[in-house]
Write a protein that binds this ligand. Structure first.
Ligand SMILES: C[S@@+](CC[C@H](N)C(=O)[O-])C[C@H]1O[C@@H](n2cnc3c(N)ncnc32)[C@H](O)[C@@H]1O
Length: 279
C-alpha cells in the first residue's frame, strides 16, 4: 500500500504518462519488438548509474544459487528482477511505489517470456507484504535515496529475508562535500531526497541485523561508464531511441548533468554493499 505525502510525491515524480507506448514504439523502430529478450530492454529498464554492467557486477558478487527466491526492493520497470530470472535462474519478486512502472514492467516481463519467474507488484518498501523469512536474498538498486525512514526500510528487508540471507545494495550516498543540485533523476527537490553517508549506512545496516561482508565505492566506475556512453552517443549522432530519457521527461538532460556534476564534486558517491542477515 502506498501511504503518506512523501510516497505519493515520489510515485508522482517517476510516473510518465504513455510510458508503455513510448517504450513499445522505440522497440518497434529498433526492430526488437517481435522477438524481445531481456537484454534488449537494458537501455531503459536499468534505471541506475552503470546500467546493465553495474547489475552484472553487483549481482555477480552475491553468489546466488540458481533456485534462489530474490526480492527486488524498488524494482522500477523490473530490469534487475528479469536479470535475476534470465541470467541467474532465480525466481524474483519486485515491489515498487510507482504503479505505472509496475504495469509496464509486468507487460515487459510477459513479452520476454518470464512471467512464471518474475512477479512485480505495487507497494511500499516500508510495508513489505510478505511474511518473515520469505526470501533467500534481496537487492535494492538506487531506491533508498527517496526514503526518509531508513531504519524501517532495512528492518523490513531483514524481516522478509531468511537468516543468513544475502542483501545487495547499490545506492547513492551523501559525499564528503556539501551541496545538492536539483532536479535529480530521483527527485525534483530536497523534499523527496534523503541521502545518508557511508558511515550512517553502515550503522543503519548493523542496527537492522546485517553484517557487511563487502563494500566498494563505485563512483569512478560510474563516471567512466557515463563518459563512455556520451562518447558513443556523440559518435552515433545522438541518443539511442530506447534510453533512460524516456523515463525522465523534459528535464532528463539537466537531471543527468546535475547527478554527474555532484559525483565529480564528491557531493554524492555510489556504493555497492553485500550484507548478510545475522542468524
Ligand atoms: C531510480 S528508480 C530505480 C528502479 C530500479 N531499482 C532500477 O534500478 O532500475 C527508483 C525507484 O524506487 C522506487 N521507490 C522509491 N521509494 C520507494 C518506496 N518507499 N517503496 C517502493 N519503491 C520505492 C520508485 O518508485 C522508483 O521506481
Amino acid at each position: 500500500m502506498v501511504t503518506g505525502v512523501n510516497e505519493t510525491a515520489v510515485a508522482d515524480h517517476y510516473t510518465v504518462d504513455g510510458l508503455e507506448t513510448l517504450i513499445l514504439d522505440a522497440l518497434k523502430l529498433s526492430g526488437k519488438l517481435d522477438a524481445l529478450s531481456p537484454i534488449d530492454l537494458a537501455p531503459v529498464d536499468e534505471f541506475h548509474m552503470g546500467g546493465r554492467a553495474a547489475t552484472q557486477h553487483v549481482i555477480g558478487m552475491m553468489n546466488l544459487p540458481g533456485n534462489a527466491y530474490v526480492l527486488d526492493v524498488g524494482c522500477g520497470l523490473g530490469g534487475v528482477a528479469r536479470y535475476l530470472a534470465s541470467e541467474c535462474g532465480c525466481r524474483a519478486a519486485g515491489i515498487d511505489l510507482t504503479a505505472e512502472y509496475v504495469r509496464v514492467g509486468t507487460m515487459l516481463t510477459e513479452r520476454t517470456g518470464l512471467a512464471d519467474k518474475v512477479d512485480l507488484q505495487v507497494g511500499s518498501a516500508l510495508d513489505l507484504p510478505w511474511p518473515e523469512a520469505t526470501f533467500d536474498a534481496a537487492v535494492t538498486f538506487h531506491v533508498a535515496m527517496n526514503i526518509a525512514d531508513r531504519p524501517r526500510l532495512y528492518a523490513e528487508v531483514a524481516r522478509v529475508l531468511r537468516p543468513e540471507g544475502t542483501f545487495a545494495i547499490y545506492d547513492v550516498l551523501k559525499g564528503p562535500h556539501d551541496g545538492l543540485l536539483f532536479p535529480l533523476p530521483w527527485a525534483e527537490t530536497e523534499k523527496t531526497s534523503f541521502l545518508v553517508t557511508a558511515g550512517e549506512m553502515r550503522d543503519l545496516l548493523d542496527n537492522a541485523g546485517f553484517d557487511i561482508i563487502h563494500e566498494e565505492d563505485r563512483r569512478e566506475i560510474a563516471l567512466k561508464h557515463h563518459r563512455d556512453r556520451l562518447a558513443a552517443q556523440s559518435a552515433a549522432g545522438g541518443p539511442p531511441r530506447l534510453g533512460l530519457h524516456l523515463l525522465q521527461g523534459q528535464t532528463a538532460k539537466v537531471k543527468s548533468h546535475n547527478m554527474v556534476t555532484m559525483l565529480e564534486a564528491h557531493q554524492i558517491t555510489l556504493t555497492a554493499i553485500i550484507a548478510r542477515r545475522r542468524a
